[in-house]
Design a protein around this ligand. Structure first.
Ligand code: SF4
Length: 475
């Protein structure tokens, strides 16, 4: 689950854990593809190696450890990995010629799914480690240092939770951070690799999550995004045996001093329970934004996707959330050209998009993932048809997004200024509705939540200026 196969983060991203902190002798470079959960995992890998004296660096060249944290959601993920590994072969040789040793590790979902292929095809890879085993990195690095060319493969689903072995954060996360609370998925949508690469659903105990959230708040985090492949299926067991829902957890996170904004991602329509919907009405820290993937508007295609809900049930979930929080901004994922999709099926998707009016959405052409049930379907949709439908869908999504953004012009909104803007004198921020906002503001306001009058709106961002008056909405 994730962008295309919903549940996660939307966008093909290649994030790099950046360098901060003191200057020990050894360095690690982590490259992260895919969803926010991979970004979180990459940060935790850096945390795991920090006690061994490794500091994060922005470049692979010269690094003592290079970790590629891969994502299997995107098309051609394996080919892209091998292309990157080819480039790093030279980097590793250069390090050896200068008398050093670079340990090369492949982590994430491609490692989980293709481990033996990776070690067979790329002999210069030292470690292949799956997403449930990366807490063993310190031990794997020690073994790789001694192994002299023998690759180490660790792609089991260990009995113990990796979360029990993760150390405290070694580098500050900034003002907005991710916190993984749930992993794996039991839904088995027919197009998705997640149940095979991340395993069965697992929810962290609420106490552990609250301890981590408090630490993050104390380090300056003001906005926390709770992550899970199927985050609203969260059912963490507390020490006394009580099982907490996501709604209850959100309430407790909202009580933490310093946490002013909460988001969660990614959800399944069938898991929008009453406690979670009530949280949208009752927890002021919970932002009015919901990413709720639907994938298709056709019941016939939803059944073939094994989504276990209909379009009407999806719309009903949306209506319940809107009743609790009328101004909520909605986001979704769509797969276009799933096997057997007819023009009528596709029209049902367009109808759903127009009926909901999404504030944003992510859409992708279907492409088969090896090992998934849908990958053997005989009635594939021709590429040209997929492309043409995708263009029409994206026009409809962009239209809704533009309308949503334009409706914000004239409002004064609380904006969390999270980084420098692209132009001098400008800062970038996030609205409660997850919009990107560009604001003319001095740098000392970085990290603050300030009232901003929205003056202009494009399809992808808003423009505004600092306002003297208070916000016209909930922060
Ligand atoms: S199988 Fe799970 S993770 Fe994958 S798309 Fe379905 S609900 Fe999301």
């Amino acid at each position: 689950m994730t962008p295309p196969p919903d549940e996660m983060a939307p966008a093909s991203r290649l994030d790099t854990v950046t360098a901060t902190g003191s200057m020990p002798a050894k360095t690690v470079h982590v490259r992260s593809w895919g969803c926010q959960m991979n970004v979180y995992d990459s940060q935790r890998m850096v945390d795991l190696l920090a006690p061994l004296g490794y500091r994060p660096v922005d470049e692979a060249e010269g690094a003592d450890i290079v970790i590629l944290n891969t994502c299997h959601i995107r098309e051609k993920a394996t080919e892209k990995l091998f292309s990157e590994l080819g480039r790093l072969k030279t980097t590793k040789q250069e390090k050896a010629e200068s008398g050093g040793n670079m340990i090369l590790a492949v982590a994430g979902c491609v490692a989980q799914a293709e481990g033996p292929v990776i070690t067979a095809r790329a002999k210069h890879v030292d470690i292949v480690v799956g997403p449930q085993s990366y807490h063993s990195l310190p031990e794997l690095v020690a073994r790789a240092s001694r192994a002299k060319g023998e690759p180490i493969l660790m792609t089991d689903f260990p009995v113990e939770s990796k979360f029990d072995h993760l150390p405290e954060e070694s580098v500050p996360r900034g003002v907005a951070a991710f916190l993984t609370i749930q992993e794996g998925c039991d839904k088995f949508c027919s197009f998705c690799v997640v149940p095979y690469t991340r395993g069965a659903e697992y929810s962290r105990p609420p106490e552990d999550i609250l301890v981590e959230a408090k630490r993050l708040a104390q380090s300056g985090v003001r906005e926390l995004t709770l992550l899970g492949q199927n985050v609203n299926a969260y059912h963490g067991e507390a020490a006394g045996g009580a099982v907490w829902s996501l709604g209850r957890l959100i309430g407790a996170v909202g009580d933490i001093t310093g946490i002013e904004r909460i988001r969660y991602m990614t959800s399944h329509p069938n898991d929008m329970d009453d406690e979670l919907i009530a949280a949208h009405a009752q927890v002021p820290e919970l932002m009015p934004f919901l990413h709720l993937p639907v994938q298709s508007g056709s019941d016939r295609i939803l059944a073939r996707m094994n989504r276990k809900h209909t379009a009407a049930e999806y719309l009903s979930a949306i209506a319940r959330v809107r009743a609790a929080r009328p101004d909520i901004a909605l986001s979704s994922d769509f797969i276009v050209g799933f096997p057997g999709e007819t023009e009528a099926d596709f029209q049902a998707t367009l109808d759903l998009v127009n009926a909901v009016g999404f504030a944003q959405a992510y859409s992708f052409k279907y492409s088969p993932r090896p090992g998934t049930p849908a990958s053997s379907a005989a009635d594939a949709v021709p590429e040209a048809v997929k492309s043409e439908r995708l263009a029409r869908l994206q026009d409809a999504i962009l239209d809704g997004q533009t309308k949503f953004n334009q409706a914000c012009v004239g409002q004064v909104m609380p904006i969390l200024l999270d980084r420098a803007g692209s132009r001098p004198g400008q800062l970038h921020g996030r609205s409660p509705y997850m919009q990107s906002v560009h604001v003319a503001a001095p740098t000392h306001l970085l990290g603050a939540i300030v009232p901003v009058r929205i003056e202009d709106a494009r399809a992808l961002s808003l423009q505004g200026s600092l306002a003297a008056e208070p916000c016209g909405m909930v922060a």
